[in-house]
Design a protein around this ligand. Sequence first.
Ligand code: ASP
Length: 366
Amino acid sequence: MMNRREWLTSSAALAGAATAAAGQSGKGKKPIAISSPNGLAACAKAVQVMQAGGDTLDAVIAGVNILELDPNDTSVGYGGLPNEEGEVELDASVMHGPTRRAGSVAAIHGIKTPSKIAKLVMDHTTHVMLVGEGATKFAVAHGYQREDLLTEKARTAWLVWKESLRSPGGFNNWTSFDKNLRADAEPPFERLRESFPNVNEETLQWAWHMANHPTYGTINCLGLNEKGEISGVTTTSGLAWKIPGRIGDSPIIGAGLFVDPDVGGAGSTGVGELNIRVAGGHTIVEAMRRGVHPREAVLEALKRVSKLFNDDKPMLSKLGIEFYALRTDGEYAAGSLWKSTGDYQAFAVNDGGESRLEKPVFLYEK
Ligand code: ASP
């Protein structure tokens, strides 16, 4: 349960979100796209495609392709941080509102744009979900190149992570005897400078941070056109250094993404395991079906996540999850488990012109 102060703060945030939401597009008005905060360019692209008469799903996929193809984005598509064996494994799902169809791929290797393969599964099979090698072979059958998705930057971060691991006795096979034996005497970052003499300081600091705080990062993007049609996509490289084969919430229809053309759509970023356990995307859409505003609907899903840990805030404080919701009347919101000053304390919106960041509502304040 929230205490009174949290409730007041979050009500204030709600009021802010309500003002931001007022006057937004709905059926018969202008197209709108919302996404996780990394999607300013994606939302702009999605709206451009919808303004030009493109399909809502083609629009949001074109948007997220920008991140999937960006080697510098280390959480989505090409350039994503790999699994514990150094292989990039991607998850993605799509839902096309107008035809009530879905497609998804999970733990797919070697293909830069998994969102496109999710759509191919939807368009060219009787299935909804393909995983692993089967998904890659399916993409290759449709003319996609199997490519190496591990960039030098991501590979460095992976090697730094490998070097940062230690047995309880302080040993690590991924570094020299010499450095193992000196390990106690030196701050670990110093040893890295020696191991990676050709990597610049900035990249090394970043890699060290990633090794110590394995990141989550994903884009969920929802698009609504002037006819009131809605579609969505979620795409990610998932949790850095994951166990090979780990699948997050992003490709799970009903968790990382859910769209019902009668109601709206919802998606998620953050610790996917939490979302899978509450089927967050579906939970939010069902809440909106009852007439609840998107901001109340995302809070409802966040409260369910909180319940997974008996609302134990010290435990929950180590976890992060965000939900995004867009209703077919153009009302929208995002919600975060915690109020923080980090990147995720915002979500991206575009309803024509420049994209902007808006504030999500939140369940708890630290
Ligand atoms: N939800 C994604 C996953 O669990 C990661 C993220 O959103 O950051 O794979």
